[in-house]
Design a binder for this molecule. Structure first.
Ligand code: GDP
Ligand code: MG
Length: 597
């Protein structure tokens, strides 16, 4: 296809503003997919994505469109992930296209992720077409939202396209705007091949499938290629475009987007952002800005039933095949036995992986406290990365500890502003900005990532009745007075509950933790001390009283079947418990004890 007749674009939006619905309408109205094959949210393939209504991996579709000028165009839509955990993937896929549709829900207005995504698009030099969606809703206020886009984002929204992705109203205008207002790609057909690796995934039949955007040159089936960052070499077995089903093509030229397979074994061999060229007569310089995505949140995953360890290993290996951003290594814990220390791009990523392990593979898991990566500066000048608080080296060798900080942007209706400021303050936040956009405030805070990983987002949603939106980026590392807090149950340390905390917060957190555990651990036949300690010094303490009666006592001996039932019930309950020395701690206690309110 001629460059002039190609348009490559993405859709950026806050979650739920209608990105997937719009993508569906574009696919449907151009006949890319027959009505018979059309299912809702065509591009959100994974079950978890559908259930949670979020797009995790980028998806792509090539749309053929004959415009009002009578010419045939190829429109390539790359659907980007909609969550902050995947910010790097978003920024890479944005570099593979020239423009964006900025979808804003006309009944909600600009939200935190609208801002974050639109800035990423502007960073990638995109032309942006504002689209006001859901104008069918009685609560829609397109004029106000149009003004808000101009005031808050600083984009000209005078020609914003008004649509209802749900009813299909305005969809032809969107297609015309893509052709008329977005620029065609640039590229040199006669130059050496230079293509960007945008995404990759594992397909049960085809193996690893690699999504690319050709910048210069031409890639053909049968070509010998190499990846410039990893140095790996392959032969192209199959070359296709996505409509969204694979349709084979003989070649892909400049500006085009498609996929290939090349007997690549694992997704981890393909690095998002890498440059692909020919093995011989390749291009000299790689595309700029490559950086591998690194996990920022770690936690331990242990099987509730230690007999399931091998199942867990298999499941984790399978998942990792298709998710290069997830890392794991074996870990053993005195209390929990064998499991894995796993690294994730963020909390949502962690939840998605844990959910899949439990649901798709049917493994009951204990998840230890999520921890960020600390930098431990040793007295001898060495710097170690700490992924697990339990591994903190002897403090006499430690000079200081640094923790990752984030810049958090929160948009919230005026009424809830006070509560939000208090929450940020409670989490050791430092206010950076406070501005207004209509009746909503935009606050920017500098916060420790550690204070955000566990339940910040849940808290924010609940104190604002769901009206606040939130986005963050990691800004760097800073030294603070950080210590390791241990929890001892019946005088034995439970390393799964060890955590790094700020010294000033340690007592409060320790007390809360002990109180909670006292509620969560069932009584035993003996008294159980529950303590929080820093380096051997106890900072909080509770005692769980001993159980006096046995459960069957009130059955008066006569009713044997009832007694049996009770005992069976107890046994079933035990399955969900872990034995710590002589004490059994229910699985749920680990999760609940770590919530910080
Ligand atoms: P995404 O998170 O941006 O992909 O949003 P979705 O496309 O999943 O849409 C979120 C919700 O808004 C879904 O329940 C859609 O049915 C609904 N929705 C999308 N577009 C419209 C619209 O134009 N009008 C109305 N009333 N609802 C819409
Ligand atoms: Mg979606």
């Amino acid at each position: 296809t001629e460059l002039a007749n190609i348009r490559n674009f993405s859709i950026v939006a806050h979650i739920d503003h209608g990105k997937s619905t719009l993508a569906d309408r574009l696919i449907q109205s151009t006949g890319t997919v027959s009505d018979r094959d059309m299912k809702e949210q065509m591009l959100d393939a994974m079950d978890i994505e559908r259930e949670r209504g979020i797009t995790i991996k980028a998806n792509t579709v090539r749309i053929d469109y004959v415009a009002n000028d009578g010419q045939a165009y190829v429109l390539n839509l790359i659907d980007t992930p909609g969550h902050v955990d995947f910010a790097y993937e978003v920024s890479r896929s944005m570099r593979a296209v020239e423009g964006s549709l900025l979808v804003v829900d006309a009944s909600q207005g600009v939200e935190a992720q609208t801002l974050a995504n639109v800035y990423t698009a502007l960073d990638a030099d995109h032309e942006i077409v504002p689209v006001l969606n859901k104008i069918d809703l009685p609560a829609a206020e397109p004029e106000q939202v149009r003004q808000q886009i101009e005031d808050v984002i600083g984009l000209d929204a005078s020609e914003a396209v008004m649509i209802s992705a749900k009813s299909g109203l305005g969809i032809p205008d969107v297609l015309e705007a893509i052709v008329k207002r977005l620029p065609p790609p640039k590229g040199e057909r006669n130059a050496p091949l230079k293509a960007m690796l945008v995404d990759s995934w594992y397909d049960a039949y085809l193996g690893v499938v690699v999504l690319i955007r050709v910048m210069d040159g031409v890639i053909r089936k049968g070509d010998n290629i190499k990846m410039m960052q990893t140095g790996a070499k392959y032969g192209v077995d199959k070359l296709s475009v996505l409509k969204p089903a694979m349709v084979d093509v003989a070649e892909l030229g400049p500006g085009e987007i498609g996929v290939f397979t090349a007997s690549i074994k694992q997704v981890r061999d393909t690095k998002v952002g890498d440059t692909i060229t020919h093995e011989k007569k390749g291009c000299e310089t790689a595309l700029p800005g490559f950086k591998p995505s690194v996990p920022v949140v770690f936690c331990g995953l242990f099987p509730v039933d230690s007999a399931e360890f091998e199942d867990l290993r298999n499941a984790i290996e399978k998942l990792a095949l298709n998710d290069a951003s997830f890392s794991y290594e074996m870990e053993s814990s005195a209390a929990l036995g064998f499991g894995f220390r796993c690294g994730f791009l963020g909390l949502l990523h962690l939840e998605v992986v844990r959910d899949r392990l439990e649901r798709e593979y049917g493994i009951d898991l204990i998840t230890t406290a999520p921890s960020v990566v600390y930098h431990i500066h040793m007295r001898n000048g060495e710097v170690q990365e700490l992924h697990n608080p339990a591994d903190l080296p002897d403090l006499t060798h430690v000079d200081h500890v640094q923790e990752p900080r984030i810049k958090a942007t929160i948009l919230v209706p005026d009424d809830y502003l006070g509560d939000v400021l208090k929450l940020c303050q409670d989490r050791r936040g430092i206010q950076q900005e406070l501005t207004y956009a209509g009746s909503r405030a935009m606050v920017v805070y500098d916060l420790p990532l550690n204070e955000v990983v566990f339940d910040f987002y849940d808290r924010l949603k609940s104190i604002t009745k769901g009206y606040a939106s939130f986005d963050y980026e990691i800004t760097g590392y800073r030294q603070d007075n950080l210590v390791k807090m241990q929890v001892l149950v019946n005088d034995e340390p439970v390393d799964a509950l060890s955590m790094m905390v700020h010294r000033d917060r340690a007592e409060g957190r320790g007390r809360a933790m002990c109180e909670k555990l006292k509620e969560l651990i069932p009584r035993h036949m003996f008294k159980i001390p529950i303590q929080a300690a820093i380096g051997g010094k106890v900072i909080a303490r509770e005692t769980l009283a001993a159980l006096r009666k046995d459960v069957t006592a009130k059955c008066y001996g006569g009713d044997v079947t009832r007694k049996k039932k009770l005992l069976e019930k107890q046994k079933a309950g035990k399955k969900k418990m872990r034995q710590f020395g002589k004490v059994e701690i229910p699985q749920q206690a680990f999760i609940s004890a770590l919530k910080m309110d």
